[in-house]
Design a protein around this ligand. Structure first.
Ligand code: CP
Length: 324
């Protein structure tokens, strides 16, 4: 018989917001991953929908471009039977000078339960969580955190490797400007993985060892015994100076191509949060190769985002009941 999706609030989760993985405990991260595993089954059904969030209203407020995260949150909300609204900054009154806080308050006044926000400025989700009654989910804030990307990466590793503890994970690329790197580091180290960050010295921030990771500037040494290599895009849009001589040189020294793959473990997972720059940090034959799990990450993102929406919505409901 098909297992039923539990729709009641989960013991062990009492957060209204998901702002980052820094503040979550290992148990809370594991609870999200386990909840996502139940929701993954929904996507295999003929009717890919459960009534868990019927009557809830969810707004996608993306003030920065997105393909994967925005679509995935939108689909996740629909699969949970919530009503969804997509907010586009270019056609909103933000373009007439309204502040983000005022815009968000006005949207909330229409009875919104959850606001999913992506913004180029670190701290915007935290700011909104202080001024709105709605639950806030961080869909990426500047170079700070991208918690659901970190969670879907960890979910994918756990699904394919069967564990996180003891695994060697290399995060390779532009670490300084990467919110994905930071969320992965918080989540993976809490669950017991050994994380190495690798990239040019100009793209690895000072004192990152304080987060419990190793630092390497030698790709071949770093990846030799890695279980997972998570590649990051060079974030030209966030760089304020030329931090490496040329894209061609970056690709030669730090890119992963077929030749370099011969010097990795046969069962290494190649991951990338996307969007990928083919021929820069990853060669096309590696991106499309047998070890690549890039599209599996995208698939798993849907289940992870269903789990996050379900968990934060449950807490909000309880608080409302307590107030009443
Ligand atoms: N990984 C990720 O955040 O992709 P998008 O920018 O397309 O959402």
């Amino acid at each position: 018989m098909r297992p039923e999706i539990p729709i009641e609030p989960k013991p062990g989760w009492n957060r209204r917001h998901l702002l980052g993985l820094e503040e979550l405990s290992a148990d809370e991260i594991t609870l999200i991953l386990d909840t996502a595993r139940s929701f993954k089954e929904v996507s295999t059904r003929d009717i890919k929908k459960v009534p868990a969030l019927r009557g809830k209203v969810i707004v996608n407020m993306f003030v920065e471009p997105s393909t994967r995260t925005k679509t995935s949150f939108s689909l996740a909300a629909k699969r949970l039977s919530a009503d969804t609204v997509d907010f586009s900054p270019s056609t909103s009154s933000l373009s007439k000078g309204e502040t983000l806080k005022d815009t968000a308050r006005n949207i909330e006044a229409m009875g919104v339960d959850i606001v999913i926000v992506r913004h180029w400025a670190p701290g915007v989700p935290l700011m909104l969580s202080n001024v709105l009654k709605a639950s806030i989910i961080n869909a990426g804030d500047g170079a700070h955190e991208h918690p659901t990307q970190g969670l879907l990466d960890i979910f994918t590793i756990r699904e394919l490797k069967g564990r996180i503890r003891g695994l060697k994970v290399v995060i390779l690329g532009d670490i300084t400007h990467s919110r994905v790197a930071r969320s992965n580091i918080w989540g993976l180290t809490k669950l017991g993985a050994h994380v190495t960050v690798c990239g040019p010295a100009t793209l690895v921030p000072p004192f990152i060892e304080d987060l419990g990771v190793k630092v390497s500037h030698n790709v071949d040494e770093a990846i030799a015994d890695a279980d997972v290599i998570n590649l990051l895009r060079i974030q030209m849009e966030r760089q304020k100076a030329n931090l490496f001589p040329s894209v061609r040189e970056y690709s030669r020294i730090f890119g992963i191509d077929g030749e370099r793959m011969k010097r990795t473990r046969k069962d290494v997972l190649i991951m990338h949060p996307g969007p990928i720059n083919r021929g820069v940090e990853i060669a096309p034959d590696v991106a499309d190769g047998e070890q690549s799990v890039i599209l599996k990450q995208v698939t798993n993102g849907l289940a992870v985002r269903m789990a996050v929406l379900f968990l934060v919505a449950g807490v909000k409901e309880l608080e409302g009941e307590e107030r009443a």
